[in-house]
Design a protein around this ligand. Sequence first.
Ligand SMILES: [Zn+2]
Length: 392
Amino acid sequence: MSLQAQIAQELFDVYDNQKIQEITSRRFTQEDMLRWFQPLEKARVFQKTDVGKSAEGKTISMYTLGNGPTKVLLWSQMHGDEATATMALLDIFNFFTQQTSHPIVKSVREKLTLLVIPMLNPDGAERFQRRTAQLIDMNRDALQLETPEARVLKEVQQKYKPEFGFNLHDQDPRYTVGQSKNVTAIALLAPATDGTRADNPVRTRAKKVAAVITAVLSRFISGHVAKYDDTFEPRAFGDNVQRWGTSTVLIESGGWPQDRDKMFLRKMNFVAILSSLAAIADASFLDEDISAYERLPLNTKNLYDVVVRNGRLRANESVAPLKVDVGFNVDEEIDPSSGKIRLSAKIVDVGDLSTYGAFEEIDAAGRDLDAGRIRLETSIPYEDIRGLVKQK
Ligand SMILES: [Zn+2]
């Protein structure tokens, strides 16, 4: 087994004891995050610096760890409802605080200085929404810098000029890998720096880091890693930070069956981020073949949350029945009366969905479907899906 594989396996094996046990949901506020950080701060393994304020006046903090010559900037949750990597970063801080003599910890601390902004958009996190309190997608504000949150990120990048960057997000959980029906667990991108998408030394170095992550993740979730579309987006941060000289990798956490809270993907982030930091620290990433990353199939959309297969649907009295599949996308909604999360299932397609995968499949072969309740683009409670299949 290669050293890289050994490190990844070791991190995978220790994770369940090293994660912060109190974090059990991806819906949390900045206040919750600060409460989880508090006991760790006492150990003085890392320093906290205030780097700015959100539109609503919340302090945005950066956590600095290690005192090596190579600087690595990691930022998460610029989209307020994308919390998977934030949880993994907290787990990483916990690991560094608990295991000060672990060889991975020692190597990273000695060779690297980590600059970590775990929640760039605390106002969005408060509401569990993508955009900032000023209604802006701050990942389209890297040029105009109208929002205070975007200015924080650019100022930190310009001040420290880190050699490496990790741009941490969640994507729609319904992406699949290439033409397969495999859900994309993690999508990776070494963003382009202009419309030609040509490589330069900064981007090539990012591709080598992405190749490390590809190899590491393939040990655990082979067939579930995709490449994110590399079309240049002039207003996005990943593309610009790369252009400003920081070798940047985008990590998008996608979906995983029976894991709405993304706890398994949180673990995959922990393993992927720490393994790649170890590979930067010992310079082994330089030996990586970028084709491992470049050959990844592209993110595609061949998946619905639930598919009812091979039912018999007579859409109305004047037409004949047909054999159909019915596809649903299930979303979380807050019940206004109870404040609790409920699951709402929107009917998004009817017809031959045999080329689509699903997190949940319901076999309705030879059964009638309740045509009165099957209307495209309308929603029903998730619990009612099975009731659409009539009993014989
Ligand atoms: Zn995002």
